[in-house]
Design a protein around this ligand. Sequence first.
Ligand code: ATP
Length: 320
Amino acid sequence: MNTIGILTSGGDAPGMNAAIRAITRVALAKGIKVMGIQRGYNGLINGEIFEMGRDSVSDIIQRGGTVLKTARSEEFRTPEGREKAANMLRIFGIEGLIVLGGDGSFSGAQLLSNEHGIKTIGIPCTIDNDIAYTDFTIGFDTAINTVVEVINKLRDTSASHERVSIIEVMGRRCGDIALHAGIAGGAECVIIPEMNFEFDSLCRSIIETKVLGKLHYIVVVAEGAGKAQDIAERIEKCTGVQARATVPGHIQRGGMPSAFDRLIATKFGATAVEVLVEGKSQRVIGIKDSKIIDIDMNEALSIKKTVDKDLYHLANNLSI
Ligand code: ATP
């Protein structure tokens, strides 16, 4: 392996830069040339490719987002688009491609391997933690820390006004951000798409805990399970207690990556290079039971994400 390429694709996630840095430095130390590809698969198709030196990744470990920029590419979904991408890889002499993104980006990498024989490795980056084969994706830990900070702030104002606060968090169809941040932030109720939820029980709990003297009541809802504003209106109507909705939105995707995200990003990046050097292809890197793993991309894509039901019940049993 003489030359590898790196691209970031799909939604950005804090920690992507730490992975780019690790890939670049580990590869250079092995005498491998590194090419950075800008704007995901779109940039690959358009030849937005440049050689990276050790200085290209200086001072980025602490920065959120991705210095390579990211994009979604409709053209890459077509066989013609992937053919153009494969040609670009050939022109620039790139033998192995490391793709940082979510499962969509991995599907694209798999097709590129199958159709054009390019060696590809995937690194899971998404704040949603919705990729089943790995316990954690890069960006998730930073996102839950951001949400916990929001909950801490809402707690103050919620307690002062004796209001219910509903916070709607990201995650699409995955409830991990809501569940983990809800527990860490001490929320009274967590609503996620994977589990049924009874609105009447929530209202009863709000009334009962108010009678017991609780000053605040924090509800964390995953975006795939409902809208904070709708829930706030329904709570007010049903209980007579004031309720306010907060949607932190895209701030969950930004910010300085946590130490944990930087650490796994560095380990994932280094492992990706090692796996490519071993001559493997269509592998994805992850972490399982605290061990760094690499598994077959096809197998990884077929595993269905499930929610930790014990954690969910624990979250909702703590509001007594
Ligand atoms: P996120 O979790 O942040 O959404 P993702 O990698 O799942 O990340 P997608 O938008 O699904 O995000 O995919 C990113 C890009 O990967 C797409 O814009 C497209 O170029 C490519 N891609 C996704 N799915 C496929 C597919 N089935 N075939 C070919 N290319 C794909």
